[in-house]
Design a protein. Structure first.
Length: 121
């Protein structure tokens, strides 16, 4: 696997573990975001669990070769996380949120797509 794909995997792991943990904890900041986007506490926490599990799957597949089961897990996990971030951007756009609100999700979407491209290429 390329160095770029490895670095992107590590960045995705750190970003999604952090983001997912905040959603699971449901602190006042994430509570306000969930409410504004129309999510219940349990739904927002499930999204956080999905992010943490996806991040772990990306990390587990980090050191594996392309075509192996763990390599495929890395690509699938990154793809799922990209879809989650794309949906996050859509939810923010539907609420007419300013760019600053969905810029992190958009950035993570782009990084996840780049990681998949680097991993597959």
């Amino acid at each position: 696997m390329s160095v770029v794909a490895s670095l992107l995997s590590i960045i995705l792991f750190l970003a999604f573990v952090t983001s997912g943990a905040q959603k699971i904890q449901f602190n006042p900041y994430t509570s306000a975001i969930a409410q504004r986007l129309g999510f219940s506490k349990s739904a927002y926490q499930r999204i956080g669990v999905l992010e943490v599990v996806g991040a772990i799957a990306v990390l587990v597949g980090l050191a594996s070769e392309r075509g192996t089961a763990l390599g495929i897990l890395n690509v699938i996990a990154s793809s799922v996380l990209a879809v989650v971030m794309l949906l996050a951007v859509v939810f923010h756009l539907r609420r007419n949120d300013p760019f600053q609100s969905y810029a992190p999700a958009l950035t993570l979407f782009v990084l996840a797509v780049l990681q998949v491209i680097c991993r597959v290429a």
